[in-house]
Design a protein around this ligand. Structure first.
Ligand code: G3P
Ligand code: CA
Length: 242
């Protein structure tokens, strides 16, 4: 039996070639053949779901400070592109709603919750997805597994994924021990091999390892039969899958 071909999932869009977590980065990922995108979210002071990896604005914008201490109207004025390349000057920090607007329904969106903000983040994300009727092809993931279990209890329609960078022993066994309906495992890519993937598949779990970029790593994961690969270079993975 031949293994299914993995989904191409653009990490923070196409973070290797465009400023991460900007609309330009997501658009580039789609242009390069990504079938899914991964992004990170934080909550602003006024409760907007802000697409940014770090809890502060310092590294990826021309501003500074904590996202939770800033209102979105101020965050929106910042340049989130020129730090990466002058060509991207004018890119801004988008909201999750804006990303939903530009990403077609057939593309998987992996929303990574970086921080729960005392439960306010889960509520905000669920409220947005409910208002858009967009639970199909969205998976919410986090390193905070308790947060994911709370979210799933609150909204059974939401698909959840477990992120981890530690060796958990049996990946599928760990997921089973949580006694919840989990869609996908998102291990740091070196942690997972063909046997783990097979065990996960038999348990009805998808495998979306992160963040593999070199040809050798991408090829290893393709051969292991993973369900999808989260990569900064969607075009590189697309070329390997041709
Ligand atoms: O979601 C996979 C991966 O993005 C998790 O690590 O630090 O890149 O958000 P990080
Ligand atoms: Ca992430």
């Amino acid at each position: 039996m031949s293994l299914p071909r993995p989904l191409i999932i653009g990490h923070r869009g196409a973070a290797g070639e465009a400023p991460e977590n900007t609309l330009a980065s997501f658009e580039l990922a789609l242009k390069q053949g990504a079938e899914g995108i991964e992004l990170d979210v934080h909550l602003s002071k006024d409760g907007e779901i802000v697409v940014c990896h770090d809890p502060t604005l310092d590294r990826t914008t021309n501003g500074s400070g904590w996202i939770f201490e800033a209102v979105y109207a101020d965050i929106r004025k910042l340049d989130a592109g020129s730090w990466f390349d002058e060509r991207y000057t004018g890119q801004y920090v988008p909201t999750l709603g804006e990303v939903l607007d530009i990403v077609p329904d057939h593309i998987l969106i992996n929303v990574e919750i970086k921080h729960s903000y005392e439960g306010r983040m889960e509520k905000a994300v669920l409220e947005l997805l409910r208002s858009r009727g967009r639970f199909h092809n969205v998976v919410i993931s986090s390193f905070d597994h308790k947060c994911m279990l709370r979210l799933k209890r609150e909204e059974p329609l939401a698909a959840i994924g477990l992120l981890y960078a530690a060796n958990l022993g049996s990946h599928a066994g760990y997921a089973r021990s949580l006694n919840a309906d989990i869609l996908s495992l998102h291990p740091q890519h070196q942690l997972i091999g063909a046997d783990d993937v097979a065990e996960a598949r038999a348990a009805g779990l998808r495998t979306y390892p992160y963040t593999a970029n070199s040809e050798a790593d991408l090829k290893r994961l393709i051969d292991a039969g993973v369900s999808g690969i989260i990569t900064d270079y969607p075009a590189r993975l697309a070329a390997l899958l041709k």
